[in-house]
Design a protein around this ligand. Structure first.
Ligand SMILES: *Cc1c(COP(=O)(O)O)cnc(C)c1O
Length: 387
């Protein structure tokens, strides 16, 4: 096998329980867009369904895939939906996001009339991302009008924060002030109908208690990846996250070469010493960022070994000179632990000039994924520290 992803479902559940406990009494919606951040939509959702209040997806077809897999947990679709998809959304019972009272709301109303039952909706207010959402000024009137329509079952009102993971508390608080002000005229409606208010993604759920309201929408933390280094530093030991994903490949060729040898396309790396250069059967088509050309490390035989030369489409190179005994067939750990060393998604992503979010979201669906129930089951059973 050239590359393999292993996902620890026990780690996912522990992350949900731990962040869920921190955010309580707010309930937990696991964000599973982008194929559950590369971890595999259906397998992740099956594992988490008992522990979460809802799943958030981006597209209608993701909601349909969850229902087709027999998952009955409430679903919120965060992104735009086309009119032709509305019948299937109605069938699935997934909630839609409404952010304007224009053509889309009319399409949703028509789909509800055709179905003979209201469609569930959450209204979104834009408080400062300037992406999707009603302007705060007109939001209360628009939302009151949604609430009055028999075609809509208004279940939630939400906003999204721009800079919580950068610890931008001034901007985050400004956004939350705007959200609360927009909700002001709707207080009675919210209370009477039990409408769920939500604003926090992972970082805010950890760091801004006032953002938690009735529900948090946690994506990246569900997978055990910190939203940012700053978040990790600020949260310190208030929360332990367990990375769920391990990404491995193997050495296919190990070559002894003299000093002065050019490695790979563009001759961007020339050995400075007699070296052992390994070829790894994974490149940018398999999700390894090309920006790891001459940047970042992998683990071989418990040692950090650097990427050298350019990452190719399906191959790349590691300088394994310092990993004594490295041989074809050896395991290469791109994300995960090998002996005393470990590399997490943010470290590998950082070496490529990006963030853990992008790295995992771009892992191709074709890379085989195996799921383990709980890689630390034995450890946690014998541990005296509650895990
Ligand atoms: C992706 C997304 C989230 C989850 O963000 P994380 O930082 O991964 O927790 C929450 N809400 C919305 C609207 C999103 O698009």
């Amino acid at each position: 096998m050239n590359a393999a992803l292993e996902i620890d479902l026990g780690a996912l559940r522990r992350n949900v329980l731990r962040l869920g406990a921190l955010a309580a009494p707010a309930r937990y919606a696991a964000v599973v867009k982008a194929d559950a951040y590369g971890h595999g939509l259906v397998a992740v959702a099956r594992a988490l369904a008992p522990d979460v209040a809802a799943f958030c997806v981006y597209r209608a077809d993701e909601a349909a895939a969850l229902r087709a897999a027999g998952i009955e947990t409430p679903i919120l679709i965060l992104g735009p939906v086309e009119a032709r998809e509305l019948a299937s959304v109605a069938q699935s019972g997934a909630a839609l996001t409404l952010w304007s009272d224009g053509a889309f709301a009319r399409d949703v109303a028509r789909a509800a009339r055709e179905r003979g039952a209201p469609l569930e909706v959450h209204a979104k207010i834009d408080t400062g991302v300037t992406r999707l959402g009603l302007e705060p000024d007109g939001a209360a009137a628009a939302i009151a009008s949604y609430a009055a329509r028999p075609e809509f079952a208004l279940r939630g009102i939400y906003t999204h924060l721009a800079a919580a993971e950068e610890l931008e508390s001034a901007y985050t608080n400004l956004q939350l002030d705007r959200f609360e002000r927009a909700l002001g005229p709707l207080q009675k409606l919210v209370a009477e109908r039990g409408i769920v208010r939500h604003a926090a993604a992972s970082a805010a759920a950890m760091l801004f208690p006032r953002s938690r309201f009735e529900l948090v929408r946690a994506g990246i933390a569900t997978y055990g990846i910190w939203p940012s280094e700053a978040t990790r530093a600020a949260v310190r030991d208030a929360l332990v996250l367990a990375p769920a994903l391990t990404w491995k490949t193997r050495l296919v060729v190990v070559r002894d070469v003299e000093a002065g040898r050019s490695i790979g396309y563009g001759c961007t790396f020339v050995t400075a010493r007699p070296s052992r250069i390994a070829v790894v059967p994974i490149g940018y088509a398999e999700g390894l960022p090309r920006a790891l050309s001459n940047a970042g490390c992998a683990l071989v035989r418990g040692r950090r070994v650097p990427f050298v030369g350019r990452v190719c489409m399906n191959m790349s190179f590691l300088d394994v000179t310092d990993a004594a005994g490295a041989a074809p067939g050896d395991t290469v750990t791109l994300i995960g632990r090998d002996g005393a060393e470990s590399i997490d998604a943010n470290e590998l992503a950082g070496a490529a000039g990006t963030i853990g979010y992008e790295l995992v979201a771009r892992l191709p669906a074709e890379v085989p994924r195996t799921y383990v129930a709980d890689s630390s089951a034995i450890a946690s059973r014998t541990s005296i520290v509650p895990s």
